[in-house]
Design a protein around this ligand. Structure first.
Ligand code: NAP
Length: 289
């Protein structure tokens, strides 16, 4: 029987022929999402992946749940790896690079998903030109609805960017951007799910205030955000035009919108992205404010 050679299947084969060992460093909340996404989409076989964490019980949990080799020895994981995926907290990245620079293969692709960590910092800490890629995913990656921006360093080849994109494409949408935009993206789509949860919760509370059962109100609220967001992506229309479609002259929506404008929702959201993006620049140095 003739098999259909889809683009995804070809991508998978290319990925597997290039990556014989992937070291995933710092397999916490986001790292586990990436691990589960890569294994679930069969991008890479489990025997080609080695993951590390700080505490052995967490390593045992990951080994048990995913059948992956998991431990706390970063140098061992990095040794011989073609691809190193860093999902540590920003403040931990410098120490990690310092610890593994002697064992890290000179031709390894290094992808960092840590906020605030630039590809220049990675090269500086390793003390040599490196095929470094910076990525900013978000938590909906856990259910393959993520948004990930990927930026290449000067020494990363186009194939390396494709490789990074394939990883994150197995967990949702991806875009390739200039690295100068990464802090802004961190403040928008990296932190964004938290802002949206606040909106879902608040809209639901509005329903509760008007007598709806909480569970129903939360479902109505969450699906409304999901549907509205999907309509923006699906139609490519400006959100203002879609808003106008809901807003009947002298209807009830315009009254709701007036309340939001009076409460400063628009400027508050703009400021939230700006503040988070500014903060994103500082995390790598471990500054508290
Ligand atoms: N969460 C998000 O929404 C999100 C979105 C985009 C980017 N990011 C970035 O992803 C990174 C991780 O965030 P997270 O929310 O996943 O944090 P997290 O859940 O705290 O995960 C960090 C993991 O690193 C492990 N770890 C700590 N020190 C280590 C070391 N020296 N060697 C190896 N592993 C070590 C921890 O191990 P133990 O579990 O054993 O303590 C933990 O599993 C951050 O840089 C963040 O900027 C996060």
């Amino acid at each position: 029987m003739k098999t259909i050679d889809t683009k995804a299947a070809r991508g998978q084969r290319d990925f597997q022929s290039r990556i014989k060992k992937l070291a995933l460093i710092g397999c916490g909340k986001l790292g586990e999402g990436l691990l589960s996404g890569m294994l679930g989409s069969q991008l890479i076989p489990v025997e080609n992946v080695e993951v590390t964490v700080a505490h052995q019980p967490r390593a045992d949990y990951l080994a048990e749940k995913y059948g992956v080799k998991a431990h706390t020895n970063n140098a061992q994981a990095v040794k011989g790896a073609d691809l190193v995926l860093i999902v540590l907290k920003p403040q931990q990245v410098k120490g990690f690079l310092h610890d593994v620079k002697k064992v890290l293969r000179k031709d390894a692709v290094v992808i960092s998903a840590a906020a605030s960590v630039t590809t220049a910092l990675i090269e500086r800490e390793l003390g040599r030109p490196t095929r470094a890629i910076r990525a900013m995913p978000n938590t909906p990656c856990l259910i393959r609805q993520g948004m990930t921006a990927v930026a290449a360093s000067v020494h990363a080849a186009p194939d390396d960017v494709t490789l990074a994109r394939e990883i994150f494409a197995s967990m949702g949408r991806t875009v390739v951007v200039d690295e100068k935009h990464m802090d802004a993206i961190t403040g928008l789509s990296g932190s964004g799910p938290a802002y949206v949860y606040l909106m879902i919760e608040s809209l639901a509370e509005g329903g509760v205030k008007m007598g709806l059962p909480r569970e129903l109100a939360t479902e109505l609220s969450a699906q409304t955000l999901l549907g509205a967001a999907s309509l923006v992506l699906h139609t490519g229309e400006h959100p203002a035009k879609l808003k106008d479609m809901v807003t009947t002259p002298a209807g009830c929506t315009i009254d709701g919108l007036m309340e939001l404008e009076e409460g400063g929702l628009r400027v508050t959201l703009i400021k939230a992205v700006v503040r988070a993006a500014q903060r994103a620049k500082q995390l790598v140095e471990g500054q508290n404010s």
